[in-house]
Write a protein that binds this ligand. Structure first.
Ligand code: GLN
Length: 488
C-alpha cells in the first residue's frame, strides 16, 4: 500500500510523531498522480508548487509547536465544482474553462483553517449532471478497480482519487447521489450530509434545494474527520442550519446499543442485481450479530423518486444555469451579429449535450401551462417522500439499502441511454429529495471483483449515529482495508 492509501488516522499519528512530514505525504500523493492518473483520469488540475508550499508551512507550524487544525498536513482533493480562490474552477464545462475563482468556498476556508493541504481539482460530470463522469467536457474518469468501467458520478474523480491512493481524502457534492454512488462503485466511504449541515457558499449551484458537499475517505473515521472540519453554520448560505457540530471523530468508535435498522421492501424490487441484494442482506445479518434488530418498513412513494427528481433538479438547474449568458463571466462566442445571437451562440458552444438536455427539461417543466402539471406536482410528491421517511424514522434508527442497482457498469454502456443512466440513481435520490443524510460504506465485492456498497440513511442531523453505525459494520467486515490493484 502506498502512503496516501493509509487510513487518515494512521497518517495523522505518523505526522504527529514526526515519522512523516506533510511535504513527504503531499509528494507521495503527487507521485501517485504522476504514475497513475494518465490512466485513471481523476484530476482536472493540480498545482504542485502551491500544495507543497502549504504543506511546508504546516510542517513549520508543527515544528514551532503552534496549535494545529483538525486535519493538519493531510492532503484533500476537491471536486471542481467548489470554488478555490486563484484556482481554475471549471465544473468540467467548456463554459467555465478559464474561470478563476475569485473567492474561497466556505468548505475551502474550513479546510485552510483545519490546516489541510489542497491537493487539486477532480474530474466530474459537467455541472454535476450525470452518474458516470463521462459527461465531463475534458476527459473520462476510470474506475481504479477496473479501468474499463466507470467510477460512477458525478463526483467520479473524487472517488477515484481516493480509491487510487492519490489522495487520502476528497470532497464531492451530492445532488442525487453523486457522493454515495461513486463511493459504492469505487469501494470507498462517501457521506452526504443533511441538507443545511454544510454551507453551499462557493459551491457552483446545480439544484439548490438538493445540493450538499460531503467527504470521501478509505474509512468511516476519515469521513467523520472531514465532515467535522467542513460542517457548521455559515450566514452566507441562508439554508445553512445554526446547529452545533458534534465531534464526530471522537464518538465514532462507540458502538450503538439497541440499534433498530429498517429495510424497505420497495428497495428489493426487480432490476436489483442479485449479488448487490445478497451483500445488503449479508450486511443486515452482520448488524443482527452485533445486537441490532432488523425491521421491515415501507416507503410507499419511493417508486416516484426518480421521476420527481428529474423534474425538480432540471427545473432548478435551468434557473441556476441562466447566469451563464456570455456577459458576466464564462465562455463568450466570438462570432455573433446580435445580442440574442451572442447569448445563444455562447450557451450553445459552452454547454455539453446533457446540460442542454437538463435545461430544456427544466424550462419545459417550469413553463406556463406545464408548471402545475409537472413542477408543482413533483413538489407535492417530494413532500410525500419526506413523509415516508419521517414515518419510518419513528420505528427505526437507520434504513439500510443498496447504493447502486448493479456494480460499476462499463464506460460507454449507458451514456447514450439517458433514462437507463437516470435509473442508476434509484437508491440515492430520495435522500436528497427528503434532505436526510446518507452514507455509503464498502460491503464486499461481486464475483467479478467489483466493489459493492451499502447505504445507510438517517433522520435529519443524525450524522453522528450514521457514522457510528457505519463504523460498527466496518470494524466487523474489514472490506475497507482492500485497495484497488493498480499496475505500474
Ligand atoms: N446522477 C444524478 C444527476 O445526474 C445526480 C447527480 C448529482 O448528485 N450531482 O443529476
Amino acid at each position: 500500500m502506498s502512503t496516501p492509501g493509509l487510513p487518515v488516522s494512521e497518517l495523522m499519528s505518523r505526522l504527529q510523531s514526526g515519522q512523516l512530514t506533510s511535504v513527504e505525504l503531499t509528494q507521495a500523493c503527487l507521485e501517485q498522480i504522476t504514475r497513475h492518473d494518465s490512466r485513471v483520469g481523476a484530476f482536472l488540475s493540480i498545482e504542485p508548487e502551491k500544495s507543497l508550499e502549504q504543506a511546508r508551512q504546516i510542517d513549520q507550524k508543527r515544528s514551532r509547536g503552534e496549535p494545529l487544525g483538525l486535519l493538519a498536513g493531510i492532503p484533500v482533493a476537491i471536486k471542481d465544482v467548489i470554488c478555490q480562490k486563484g484556482t481554475v474552477t471549471t465544473c468540467a464545462s467548456r463554459m467555465l474553462e478559464k474561470f478563476v475563482a475569485p473567492y474561497d468556498a466556505h468548505v475551502i476556508e474550513c479546510l485552510r483553517r483545519a490546516d489541510a493541504v489542497l491537493l487539486g481539482k477532480t474530474n466530474m460530470d459537467e455541472f454535476a449532471m450525470g452518474s458516470s463522469t463521462e459527461n465531463s467536457a475534458y476527459k473520462v474518469s476510470r474506475n481504479p478497480w477496473d479501468l474499463e468501467r466507470t467510477p460512477g458520478g458525478s463526483s467520479g474523480g473524487s472517488a477515484a482519487a481516493v480509491a487510487a491512493q492519490m489522495a487520502p481524502l476528497s470532497l464531492g457534492s451530492d445532488t442525487g447521489g453523486s457522493i454515495r454512488q461513486p463511493a459504492g462503485l469505487c469501494s470507498v466511504v462517501g457521506l452526504k450530509p443533511t441538507y443545511g449541515r454544510v454551507s453551499r457558499y462557493g459551491l457552483i449551484a446545480y439544484a439548490s434545494s438538493l445540493d450538499q458537499i460531503g467527504p470521501f475517505s478509505h474509512d468511516v473515521t476519515g469521513a467523520a474527520l472531514l465532515l467535522e472540519a467542513i460542517a457548521g453554520h455559515d450566514s452566507r448560505d441562508s439554508t445553512s442550519v445554526p446547529q452545533a457540530v458534534p465531534a464526530y471523530s471522537q464518538t465514532i468508535d462507540q458502538p450503538l446499543q439497541g440499534l433498530r435498522i429498517g429495510f424497505a421492501r420497495e428497495h428489493f424490487a426487480p432490476g436489483l442485481d442479485t449479488e448487490v441484494e445478497q451483500s445488503v442482506r449479508e450486511a443486515l445479518r452482520v448488524y443482527q450479530k452485533l445486537g441490532a434488530t432488523i425491521h421491515e418498513i415501507s416507503l410507499p412513494h419511493q417508486k416516484y423518486a426518480v421521476a420527481v427528481y428529474y423534474i425538480v433538479a432540471p427545473s432548478e438547474a435551468s434557473s441556476n444555469l441562466a447566469r451563464y449568458d456570455g456577459v458576466h463571466y464564462g465562455h463568450r462566442a466570438s462570432q455573433f451579429s446580435s445580442m440574442i445571437e451572442m447569448y445563444s451562440a455562447s450557451r450553445g458552444e459552452g454547454f455539453g449535450s446533457e446540460v442542454k438536455r437538463r435545461i430544456m427539461l427544466g424550462t419545459y417543466a417550469l413553463s406556463a401551462g406545464y408548471y402545475d402539471a409537472y413542477y408543482l406536482k413533483a413538489l407535492k410528491v417530494r413532500r410525500l417522500i419526506r413523509n415516508d421517511f419521517d414515518n419510518a424514522f419513528r420505528e427505526v434508527d437507520l434504513i439500510a439499502t443498496p447504493v447502486n442497482p448493479t456494480p460499476a457498469f462499463k464506460l460507454g454502456e449507458l451514456v447514450n441511454d439517458p433514462l437507463a443512466m437516470y435509473l442508476s440513481d434509484i437508491y440515492t435520490i430520495s435522500a436528497n429529495l427528503a434532505g436526510i443524510p446518507g452514507i455509503s460504506v464498502q460491503a464486499g465485492f461481486s464475483s467479478g471483483g467489483l466493489p459493492l456498497g451499502l447505504q445507510l440513511l438517517g433522520a435529519p442531523f443524525a450524522e453522528e449515529r450514521l457514522l457510528r453505525a457505519a463504523r460498527m459494520f466496518e470494524r466487523e467486515t474489514e472490506w475497507h482495508r482492500r485497495r484497488a490493484p493498480l499496475a505500474g
